[in-house]
Design a protein. Structure first.
Length: 588
């Protein structure tokens, strides 16, 4: 009988080799064996040679002399933000599911145990963890973190957990997967802490009920206003606006990076696999919060954040300013994401009221595209259809800029000028209003029987446990991938593609790839000497005191910067992508 790659992925390699004999002359079967072996070698190398106590950052020079997460990292640190520690763990567990190789499982388990160690007592995770202890982590924040001009979330040590960038959600999902795999007691305890954290962090009461802040628990020393230099360039317009308009932003209801959607996804996974019916209520509250915070027509969108309580006379629920380069405004990409979330909520519940105001949101998006002139005069807007920020009331696009050269002599500001916008935070977004409208019409056209079928298969509906998807690293899982009977498609990978990946791994057992961002080393506090030039306005980094990451091929046009090739290194993102292709090849 034939032996498919999917079947092969469930068997230990050595017994299969012993039984197939001459069948290994088949190139397809031999390639599958090589792919499984490559997955093992890559996982073992990362686990034994690259990881620090099971944890990972994002990028490494091959000799591990310099390592980076979103910023330069100490060797003793791990990054929780994707594509960091939990993302690597998911990939290794996927490799185990495809091959049945215990080495891949052991690597995934050690990564999970690193996350258990990095988990804060409150139950969530910070962006980063330092295995050398809190004093070492604080020292990092006071030096590298404090001088990262554009990375405001790393400029201060909060000591609490964050929902930003799906860090807590992705880590909690890996802990859940590992617990379900073999019921390890340490994973069970960590999972319970994570569930309690996500539920406890929800706002209760009022218009914000069911939403989540960016960070939890609240921190009395949070920054409520970014500094504005005493002297500004003479060319700076007089009527610009700046700062954190609504004060300390980590306690606003946040939709940034789909915080609410990611938390709902994790809770749904717990409901469907653990039978935790008590979590249906917080999921429902979260879905209703998103619907409730949609603004009235004609500007029927959402902001990155919304006030959880009245501030300065503005009501709870109003769109709020956040970081100093995120003005108080409606945001087009957040609105697109939230409309897609409403589609999911309808599929989960069969409740048509989740669709009622979708046309209002699409009509608002139709009302505020980028103009032909804006697109023609700003190359950074290429491929975009809409401004990122739209002013409340006027419906005019707002654009963010910066002056100066570092965190001490520079600052962000916003106005209506579409020139010289930021390169690290796009002034425009690609919004698919036609696709949103088509999905809305498709869902509205479903028959009562079709809606009932969706509701019956929903993880919110009582019934037998629903297993998790087998693979997490092959695609971004949607809520619909959690439905009973859903089978996320496995990408097709040819023999030639698999062979190229195996060849690239070579005998060194890791893939080399260009490191897309490098950093200036910390050289002391940034000087406050005024800088009136414009060299850093549309670059990812400021002067040599700025520790923010940047592409070495396109540095600022200011000495001592010169364009350089990207260094070759070990990238967790490359590992995840390449291992995912091999997993798909073995499992497909």
């Amino acid at each position: 009988m034939s032996l498919s790659r999917r079947r092969f992925g469930q068997l230990a390699i050595t017994p299969v080799l012993a039984t197939l004999g001459a069948r290994w002359s088949s190139p397809a079967v031999a390639a599958t064996v090589d792919a499984a072996g490559a997955l093992r070698r890559a996982a073992v190398f990362l686990d034994q040679q690259v990881a620090y106590r099971g944890g990972y950052v994002w990028n490494y020079l091959p000799d591990l002399s310099v390592t980076w997460g979103e910023m330069e990292a100490k060797r003793s640190m791990c990054w929780v933000q994707p594509p960091g520690t939990p993302s690597v763990g998911h990939s290794m567990l996927d490799a185990y599911h495809a091959t049945g190789d215990e080495a891949c499982y052991r690597a995934a388990e050690r990564t999970g145990l690193a996350l258990v160690e990095a988990q804060l007592p409150v139950g969530g995770w910070n962006y980063i963890h330092d295995f050398a202890g809190e004093a070492s982590l604080r020292q990092w924040y006071e030096t590298i973190g404090a001088n990262g001009w554009r990375l405001e979330e790393f400029q201060h040590f909060y000591g609490n957990a964050t929902f930003d960038d799906a860090g807590t959600s992705t880590a909690a999902q890996l802990i859940l997967r590992l617990y379900l795999e073999r019921r390890h007691p340490r994973f069970k305890a960590a999972l319970e802490r994570a569930i309690r954290f996500v539920v406890k962090a929800q706002f209760r009461g009022g218009v914000a009920d069911g939403g989540w802040p960016q960070r939890f628990p609240s921190f009395a020393g949070s920054v409520s206003e970014m500094p504005w230099p005493e002297r500004v360039p003479p060319w700076l317009p007089q009527d610009v606006q700046h700062g954190m308009e609504d004060g300390e932003y980590t306690q606003h209801v946040t939709f940034n990076d789909d915080v609410l959607g990611e938390n709902i996804k994790f809770l749904l996974m717990c409901i469907m696999t653990l039978g935790r019916r008590d979590l249906v209520e917080p999921v429902t509250r979260a879905m209703n919060c998103l619907r409730r915070l949609q603004q009235p027509a004609p500007q029927a969108g959402w902001g990155l954040q919304h006030l959880s309580r009245s501030v300065g006379g503005r009501p709870a629920g109003a769109p709020a300013g956040a970081r100093s380069y995120e003005p108080r405004a409606l945001t087009t990409h957040t609105t697109q994401t939230n409309v897609r979330q409403l589609f999911h909520y309808f599929r989960l519940t069969g409740d048509h009221s989740y669709l009622d105001r979708v046309p209002d949101a699409i009509s608002w998006l139709d009302s505020c595209p980028l103009t032909v002139q804006q697109l023609a005069e700003n190359s950074l807007l290429a491929g975009r259809t809409h401004p990122t920020y739209v002013e409340l009331g006027t419906n005019r696009a707002r654009f963010v800029h910066r002056f100066g050269s570092n965190i001490r002599n520079g600052a962000y500001y916003f106005d209506y000028d579409h020139h010289d916008t930021l390169s690290h935070y796009s002034a425009g977004r690609a919004i698919d209003t036609a696709g949103l409208r088509a999905t809305y019409e498709q869902l509205r056209a479903l028959t009562p029987a079709e809606v009932a079928d969706l509701r019956a298969r929903s993880p919110l509906s009582p019934g037998a446990p629903i297993p998790l998807p087998r693979y997490f690293s092959l695609k971004d899982l949607e809520l619909t991938d959690l439905f009973r009977g859903a089978e996320p498609a496995i990408p097709a990978v040819t023999d030639a593609e698999a062979a190229a990946l195996i060849t690239g791994l070579g005998t060194k057992d890791y893939w080399l790839s260009p490191i897309e961002a490098v950093t200036n080393p910390f050289r002391g506090p940034a000087p406050g000497t005024p800088y009136d030039g414009r060299a850093y306005m549309s670059r990812n980094v400021g002067d040599v005191y700025d520790t923010s990451p940047y592409d070495p091929r396109v540095p600022p046009a200011e000495p001592p910067y010169v364009a350089q090739d990207r260094p070759q290194g070990i990238s967790t993102a490359t590992y995840i992508a390449n291992a995912g292709r091999l997993v798909a090849y073995v499992a497909g």
